[in-house]
Write a protein that binds this ligand. Structure first.
Ligand SMILES: [Zn+2]
Length: 353
């Protein structure tokens, strides 16, 4: 698999929260020859299982990344225009001028428009347009829209991914397709490797609307241990190192109540052995990832959360470094191959964190 090409395909594919089928099919095709057993649960998360060689009952580690992306939904038809609302936490500063795809009875190309600046009042000029100020313009008439675009139609960003300098890639949905690409690479690294534990790679749904796919997937997979990969804030203009992490310079590892302290230590040690730079990412409460849901599944799951820094989070022009994706895949594949009979005992919290 050529990582840049794979990530471009993943980024371009539509898969809004609750409507992940198009991207799920692409992931399934990419994983088809890399795992032994596939399963899609009731909320649409895709699980790919590789059997371990350890004694039964065999332990299972679940490695997850959410595949859904933020997007828009049609709320009404207003003359020849569509009114929309958001699904997930879109940065609405960038909505005006965006090309979109309207997933009606047939696919329509559209543009997000608003009133020209010349006729805005002074107070309107000082604020970013809200959803009431924006419309999707498809060029169709009201009559045509009423036939083709029912209320509730999904609208996704029509932004083709852009290869950039120094192994960076810009595009939509890199939160969290970057981590899906890391899962694909991890599965590739595991080919021909022996591992005691079962390894379930899971592409979850509906993370952006409340870690819902992860909740169900954890219950369904019954993991003994979980590793979640998601994106985190990259440094850039106005985002200093106390608020973000440099992209292309390594991964983050969440530390705090959402992360198992001993699992954190073990992963950090493994990263040091592999010379993969890791920065602890403090999360005083929820990490804001599927890890929050998975950790409290069933009797509790020791969980680690790995972050891949990206710039421009929750816009259609997120930026990621391919190198960081490779690092995440290498770290996790080496770690899961090292899990053995005693691994869970080493994580026992009885002695205190
Ligand atoms: Zn995410």
């Amino acid at each position: 698999m050529e990582l840049e090409k794979h990530l471009i395909d993943l980024s371009n594919a539509p898969g809004m929260s609750g409507y992940e089928a198009p991207v799920r099919e692409m992931i399934r095709a990419a994983w088809e020859s890399l795992a032994e057993q596939f399963d899609i649960d009731g909320l649409g998360s895709l699980s790919a299982l590789r059997h371990g060689v350890g004694d039964k009952p065999r332990r299972c580690v679940m490695v997850t990344a959410h595949m859904d992306e933020i997007g828009l939904m049609v709320t009404s038809i207003d003359g020849a225009f569509l009114r929309v609302t958001r699904v997930g936490g879109i940065d609405r500063r960038v909505l005006l001028g965006q090309p979109v795809i309207v997933h009606g009875k047939r696919l329509l190309s559209g543009i997000i428009g608003s009133r020209p600046p010349h006729i805005l009042s002074v107070s309107e000029k000082k604020r970013y347009p809200g959803y009431d100020d924006l419309v999707v313009d498809t060029g169709l008439t009201e009559r045509e829209l009423k036939q083709i675009v029912p209320v509730g139609t999904v609208v996704t960003f029509d932004q083709q991914a852009v290869p950039m300098g120094n192994g960076l890639l810009g595009g939509k949905a890199l939160d969290n397709r970057a981590s899906i690409a890391a899962l694909t690479l991890m599965l590739e690294h595991l080919q021909g490797r022996r591992h005691d534990w079962d390894i379930a790679a899971v592409a979850t749904t509906q993370e952006e609307v409340g870690t819902r796919g992860g909740t169900v997937a954890a219950w369904h997979t019954r993991p003994d241990l979980a590793i979640v990969i998601d994106t985190t804030w990259g440094t850039g203009v106005g985002v200093s190192e106390d608020k973000g992490f440099p992209i292309g310079e390594g991964l983050t590892l969440v530390i705090g109540p959402n992360a198992h302290p001993k699992l954190f230590d073990l992963l950090r040690k493994k990263a040091a052995q592999l010379e993969i730079p890791i920065t602890p990412e403090p999360a005083a409460g929820s990490s804001g990832t599927d890890g929050w849901a998975i950790q409290v599944s069933r009797q509790g799951v020791p969980t680690a959360i790995i972050g891949i820094p990206i710039r421009n989070m929750h816009t259609p022009v997120e930026v990621v470094a391919l190198k960081d994706i490779e690092r995440a895949a290498r770290l996790i594949s080496e770690f899961v191959c090292g899990l053995d009979d005693e691994s869970l005992d080493r994580l026992a919290l009885a002695a205190g964190p």
